[in-house]
Design a protein around this ligand. Sequence first.
Ligand SMILES: [Zn+2]
Length: 975
Amino acid sequence: MPAKFDWRALEKKWQKKWAWAKVYEADPDPRKPKYFVTAAYPYPNSPQHIGHARTYTLADVNARYHRMKGFNTLFPMGFHYTGAPLFAMSKRLSQDDPEIVRTFTNVYGIPRSKLDGLKEPRRMAEYFRDDIKKGMIEIGFSVDWRREFTTTDPLYTRFITWHFEWLNRKGLITRGTHPVAWCPNDRNPVGTVDTQGDIEPEIGESYLVKFERNGVIYPTATLRPETIFGVTNIWINPDAQYVRVHVDGEQWVVNREAVETLQHQNHTVKIEHEFAGKNLLWKSVTNPVTNVTIPILPGQFVEPDAGTGVVMSVPGHAPYDYQALTELKSDATIPADSVQTINDIRPISMIRLDGFSEYPAEDIIKKFGITGQKDVRLEQATKDLYSKEFHNGIMKDNTQIYAGLTVEKARQAIIEDLSKIGKVARLYEIKNGPITCRCGTKVVVHIVDNQWFINYGDPEWKKLAHQCLDQMTILPEERRSEFNYTIDWLRERACARKVGLGTRLPWDKEWTIEALSDSVIYMAYYVLAKYLSKEWVTFKKFERDPDKLSDSFFNYVFLGQGSIEDAVMETGISKRIVEAIRKEFAYFYPVDMRHSAKDLVSNHLTFYIFHHATLFPQDRWPKGIVANGFVLMEGAKMSKSLENIRPLREGIAKFGADPLRIGVLATAELNQDTDFSETLASSIQERLVNLIRQSRKLGRQKVPSKRNYSILDRWMLSRLNNTIETATIAMERLRVREVINMVLYQLDNDVAWYQRRLGPRKLKVDGRNQVLKRVMEAKARMLAPLSPHVAEEIWNTLGNKGMVVEAEWPAVESGLSDNAAEQAESIIRQTLEDTGEILKATGLTPKLIVYYAAAPWKWRIYRQALAYGSDKEERPGDFIKQVMADLGMREIGEPAAHYAAKSIQQVRQMGEALRKFRKEGIDLNEKKIFVEAADFFKRELKADVQIWQEGDDEVYDPTGRAKFAEPYRPAIFLE
Ligand SMILES: [Zn+2]
């Protein structure tokens, strides 16, 4: 049946009803609290794939959950047309780039005949927007589509113009000469959206300290210029090519690759001649600060594509240098006349660091157990030591005027002093490289003159951004440090390009605002977007002439600044409409939860925080961000080259919307990547179809609303209540995997046990149906955010009025929690398992099974032990004395003392949770529990069953088993 189940019919049926009832259209309602959810709007230069489904489904689950919790929930969607990626993609397509053509036809399944129609950026955008929107509807996202827009709409462009003019007035836009990540091929700055794998390039700064030999400069690239006092030698890579170059009027020796790097960074570089690195070996250079002469030695670890290929060696404080020097000392290939030079080198200690010896580099190499220059742990050892010395190190007496300074202060001072005498230069590099542009070229750092920047380096702005972040919920919380890190390292970031669709910089129209700059406050635009279509008669004139929509309008509706009269007068829009927009904005803003995948933390999501923090008053600052992990496909990362990317709509058609929704969420919590597989999807299909089938059996029949519940019924309802409680707590933190596990699996197991316990009676008595129906109804409610179509079907089949997506999330009812019932069932379950074990071990097929519940006096001791056990100070001997102080116990004598010793020991070894659980269920009547379950045991074990209590007058106990009975563990006799 699951294979033949018609998912499409089910989905269409409910999607139509939702649309018809407009259940996802949210308007301000002062009687209800609001909840505003957004997910990063998609970039339509490709179809969405199954990986995208995770972020959007999570946003939808969150929206649906809050709707059911009574929040007036808004979940809108727009489309991001602007920026270089669409442009780049259509360009490559129009050049018939074979890789793109293959991706479009093989992976995306677009017929070749349609490709011509996509070669123009806007047409490509329209095509994929249409496709993405259909997918979002087909998977059942609860989006208010009245608010849809694209970022090239004339009024959006006007909105962005307003935003940028505001930033410019605030002094947050700068023009100047700054390093940017750059594609030499496109001759344009690159950001996340322009790179393969969507990586935001991070720019790192290092220093070129100028060592010298006969007037020629050897610029060593370092992050730690203050360690110049510890330099013992220079490293160069003997196998690399080096050049002597003319740089800004000086003669430099650098490796071949550094030439381009320097040229990109505003240096005039002229190559004089090229030679192999080994020609430099064993010569000597002079330290610009200490004037000491030191040798040039071979270092294989010197990377040709980083820095200048000239590295200063500080073996006392740099693990790499220490390790390289150690290895060099035992290198047999060193020429005989150089062996002495190397052997004479001793590390120099120049930073004092508490907890370390004179030579921290040596200490840390030993601590990590580093085995050689290629050891991967060397990187971590280096990072650890650098950070320790930076924060806690003190410069020693051999560091001249810097002695006594902290490393942090000394670094600044040395840079300043060396700059004054022209002995240091700056070098910028891609810190998280290598990064490749979408065009296939390696991204470099380029210093651009007269480029426009957003100044994220502004300290006041950073402070505001931190303040904003501090008041936000970040899910998972582990991600918060990444946000803090990004806020700290961000500096001037190029905000305009010369290619791509988008809004022109209002004051310099040659430039177009790029994609990560025009997408940071658009959540506010969703409010406006509704009115643009609702009041189109009013707004259509502005579409022709957007400039007529004056700043006063935006200032009033979004910032509450200026007067409504000015906005009305300057725009000619009626007061009623302006007031309605302002009210709606004030109602829905701020965004309560913004959803995205984790890759946007270091760029978009942090920019979002920055801009909201400065533009909007504090009560409009965003309240939360979810940054989830990715989706793996059958255990592997999705990639175009692996061709394991499956378009979302294809996935929906194949697996059904609900199985797909659950499938991308089920295997991990937010922090981790989930793993989607066909096996998983089909097992979810089966489970969901099974639930629909069960609900049909329960049917629409009316059941009596009041009756006396058996212990078993109470157990089932208690389990349900427990599930609701756990699922609600998990849902609040979007621990969706846990919710799925509780609702779809654990609760199902409980229902299965309940039905097994009922046996053939199960569907004959209406009252039983009532319990099952109640469970099923609650389950439909809890499944509604996750698998809304199936939940509707169940809800409807059970005869409920209205739609489950509008129903309330089930409430925890403390009255349903029934510890005694839970204990009773756990005893029965445990006893059934124990009996099964015995039968298996002995191979017996008994005619009769006898259970002996423990004697009342044992229960009394056990209760005493539970109460006593919390006090670990007291000795077991004291407990036994306390028990035996009782006259009744003294009459029982030795067995009582023996059991007292045993029970106190058991209680002390018991976990806290179990002890608490048992303490609460202290009034169990074990014999009664067994008597009520006797039929069940008979049925399960296919034997006669007798129940006795130890000490009963006429007890049947031929082998004297009864005395072994203990609370929670009856004695068992078979014959
Ligand atoms: Zn490029």
